[in-house]
Design a protein around this ligand. Sequence first.
Ligand code: COA
Length: 330
Amino acid sequence: MPTELRSRITGTGSYVADGVLTNQDLERIVDTNDDWITERTGIKERRIASREVASSDMAAAATRNALEMAGLGPNDLDMIICATVTPDRQLPATAAYVQRKIGATSNCASFDIAAACAGSLYGISIADSFIRTGRAKHVAVIGVELLSRVLDYKDRNTCVLFGDGAGAMILSADQGESGVLSTHLFTDGSLTDILHIPAGGSALPTSAETVERRMHYVRMEGRDVFKYAVKYLADAAKVALDANAIGADDLSLVVAHQANIRILDAVSKRLGISLDRFILNLERFGNTSSASVPLALDEAVRGGRVHSGDTILMIALGGGISWGSAMVRW
Ligand code: COA
């Protein structure tokens, strides 16, 4: 009897710009210092894309890398899902630009999703659903952010945390034992205001006043986000472990959203999983929101930290507040 269809991650890719913004550079821009940023966040530097680069350029580069690892061409894709809160434009979807830039034909459905830093996990969950039901064979799930375009470099509470980047994963239909074992997604819409961009959407369209009041930039209640991040990331991990009857000790690797080393440290303690088993790259890239998990996964794969048969837990949380998990057997 044939085993059930699963989606397996057959390729990963990433892209970060060459431009590096260090904590020392930030000392010259806002009232901050390397010691504060390092101690409170673990971040030392982040990448900033140059002015002519759009999110779709970074996403296309990451997707090409992922397709190459999967041994696939652009026309093998049935779907391109682009998770981003920094799209090229309000209209059309950034995924459509990615489709054009990688040279995929119209046999591919391309759309964006906005679940902030949890976006790539929402993307995996959607791709997994299409693949399991036989409606797609190969899906590109991309997380991309050009956060430097929506950061207020006069606001030290936010501008030190984030960076630009892209990560991509190719999910392919398979019938083996490996692949996506589960996904779980959550949102608490009562917390929309603790991490948001007030203006530039239908609720508050762009006007001279909104620009004057710097309302097109990210605003955040850092302490609240911190508190919910620790709780909900740990909860999401527990739900995923329970759903798969997997013990924390059986996890090979945790690929968590790279927001803050103190958040990850607290989550690791709550779960009883040593930080050694977490992929950590926030020191070099900061928080790249939707790109964070696929970028970290790609580094882990290319760095030889992922082996066949490994059990990998991905967890992420961001604006919404939205969060979730994906459990994967490699
Ligand atoms: N440099 C120096 N001082 C800073 C600063 C900076 N970049 N940012 C804030 N401060 C100051 C504050 O103004 C405050 O000063 P005060 O005591 O004189 O009022 C002091 O540092 C403490 O601020 P607080 O916000 O309590 O610090 P914190 O320990 O909570 O750390 C964050 C701030 C933002 C690092 C932390 O709350 C955090 O990481 N939150 C989660 C953010 C996040 O991950 N968001 C994305 C989720 S996807």
